[in-house]
Each structure stands twice: as C-alpha cells, then as structure tokens.
Design a protein around this ligand. Structure first.
Ligand code: FAD
Length: 286
C-alpha cells in the first residue's frame, strides 16, 4: 500500500469489540457471576441480536455469558394447570416444531414462521426476541394476545412479570443487570384459540416487520395486538365476539402512535393496521 509522505501510520482497527466469553454449567454459578459482574456482562442465547449490536458498536460488554451451557433452560413444556413454558434457550424453530404449539397455540406458530429465515430461526430464541424488546419483534404481539408472563431470576430470588409490563420502551425492559429470564409462561386462558398474524415487509422475502397485527378469537372474546406502530407492541382492550370491525379499527387507531421512518410512513402504517384487522377478522374462524 502506498502512503503519502507525512501521513500517519495506519492503525489496526478490531472488527469486533474484545470481550471475555464465559459459559457456566449451572444456573446458580451464572447468577452468582451476574451478582458480581452483571453491569459489565451481556448474556446471550442465539446471539443474533447481541453480536450484531456488538459489531455495530451499540454494545460493548466486558463479558458475554452463554446461556446455552446452562442445563434446564432449553425445554418447551406444557401442562394443563400452568400452560406452555418456553425456556430461555428454546429456539424459534423448536417452538414451530412443538406439537402442543401447533395444536393449541396456533397464532404463536404462525408468527414464529414469519420470523427471519429457517437458518436464523435455528439460532434465534423466543426469549431473546422478547428481551431485545424491539417494537417490530415478531414474538411479542402473539404472546401478548395469548397472555404471557416473564419469569426473571437472580440471586435475590424469582419474580414473574406480565409481558406487557416487562417491556418498558423501545428496546428497554424491566430486567435488572443481575437477572436473567429463565422462561416465559403462556397461560391456559386462551388455549385452542384460532388466530392469525399479518406482517408487512419491504420485500417479499424475509425481512423485519414494518407493521404487524396478531389477532385471536378466543370465544367469546377477540384479542388484538399490534407491532411496529408505537414504542412498544400494543395490546388492545378485549372485544366481544360480535364487535364490528370498525370498532376494533377505531380502537387500534386510538392506541397506536406510528412514526415516519426510512422503512415506511406513519400514514401507511395506520392504513395497513386497518387492512390487517379487517383481513384477520375475515380469515380467522370463530
Ligand atoms: C438477519 C436477521 C434477520 C432478523 N429477522 C428478524 C425478524 O424477521 N423478526 C424478528 O422479530 N427479529 C428478527 N431478527 C432479530 C433476532 O434474530 C431476534 O430478535 C431473535 O429472536 C433474538 O434471539 P437470540 O436468541 O438470537 O437473542 P440474543 O442475541 O442471544 O439476545 C438478544 C438480547 O437479549 C438478551 N438476552 C437473551 N436471552 C436472555 C435471557 N434469557 N435473559 C436475559 N437477557 C437475555 C441479550 O443480552 C441481548 O441483549 C433478525 C436478526 C437478524 C440478524
């Protein structure tokens, strides 16, 4: 490489911020590590959000702690009393392949199938999607419709928070630096509900949602949640089975506050929310 006389020596710039990788075998070990180093650590599971952020300079943790080495965080389990428990390391493809999800939590599977590509879903987790708390995360709206709690654990103990309270803003949650989410629990209240998920993208292939609507008919109620149309996904108040589409659309328009950005105008987002509510009300069987 030629260099102008007097020009400074080129510096080697690392492609990735340097960090230490830690992998604990037990949850207790991990929690005690976080009790001491939580404010300089980021845990990860699939890493499909975290490492993109590190690479972009948006996160610079001293430690990255791999949750996959911890046993007991991988399971997707169901029982009639508690509902569906989705472990922190359960991938989106594992959710799609689960028989109970296919048979009894239809809207969850439909939305999961629209998250990125097959290859990415082999790594990406449901819990990672929620903790990222992106307004366009594909798992949040269906989970809000179904009624979901987030289980947070630290050396201080365990707490259970409704998903709607867990996400506090754009990419912010209630999680403390010494806590991890061990699982989410989808209740039994809307089990077997018919549902649908409509997602607007810029391209026909795989893309982040420009705006998305999840709708379930858990008779006698209709529940609707909307993504990418406000700082956090919005769950509308419950509607009766015979609520006119116009009433649901009016409620949605009052609840959302979309923005203009490089991907879409606020006006078009509002328009598509109305379109998707109408289509889902027609498509989803009662
Ligand atoms: C090419 C590409 C396409 C994508 N397309 C989509 C898409 O179509 N729809 C969509 O919704 N998303 C999409 N994403 C974003 C991403 O794949 C998802 O949000 C994914 O579900 C994140 O899961 P993960 O396990 O990889 O998270 P990670 O990267 O492991 O973690 C994400 C964040 O959550 C924290 N975290 C993870 N697990 C826990 C836990 N158990 N306790 C506490 N904190 C935790 C991490 O510290 C990090 O801040 C895409 C990403 C890429 C790179």
């Amino acid at each position: 490489m030629t260099r102008l006389r007097g020009a400074p020596e080129p510096k080697a710039v690392p492609l990735l911020h340097e960090f230490s990788y830690v992998a604990h075998r037990s949850l207790d070990e991990l929690l005690s590590f976080l009790a001491h180093h939580g404010d300089e650590t980021q845990v990860f599971s699939g890493g499909t959000d975290l490492f993109v952020n590190i690479r972009a300079g948006l996160a610079a943790p001293r430690y990255v702690a791999d949750l996959k080495s911890v046993s007991d965080l991988h399971e997707i389990a169901f029982n009639e009393r508690e509902g569906l428990s989705i472990g922190a390391c359960a991938t989106v493809n594992e959710l799609i392949a689960n028989d109970t999800v296919r048979d009894r939590y239809a809207v969850l599977r439909t939305a999961a199938e629209q998250l990125a590509t097959f290859q990415l879903r082999n790594r990406a987790t449901v819990v990672g999607n929620i903790v990222t708390a992106s307004p366009c995360g594909d798992m949040t709206s269906p989970l809000l419709c179904l009624g979901t709690d987030v289980v947070l654990v630290s050396v201080r103990g365990e707490r259970r928070v409704p998903l709607g309270e867990f996400i506090t803003g754009v990419k912010t949650t209630q999680i403390a630096t010494d806590e991890i989410v061990t699982r989410v629990i989808v209740g039994t209240g809307r089990i077997d509900a018919a549902g649908g998920y409509r997602k607007l993208k810029r391209i026909k292939g795989h893309d982040l949602g420009v705006v998305a609507v999840a709708l379930i008919k858990s008779m006698p109620a209709v529940r609707v949640a909307i993504s990418s149309a406000a700082p956090t996904p919005v769950l509308l108040p419950e509607f009766g089975a015979d609520a006119p589409v116009a009433e649901i659309q009016a409620s949605a328009q009052a609840a959302i506050s979309p923005i203009d950005d490089v991907r879409c105008t606020a006006e078009y987002r509002r328009f598509m929310v109305d379109v998707y509510i109408r289509r889902l009300m027609e498509e989803v069987p009662a």
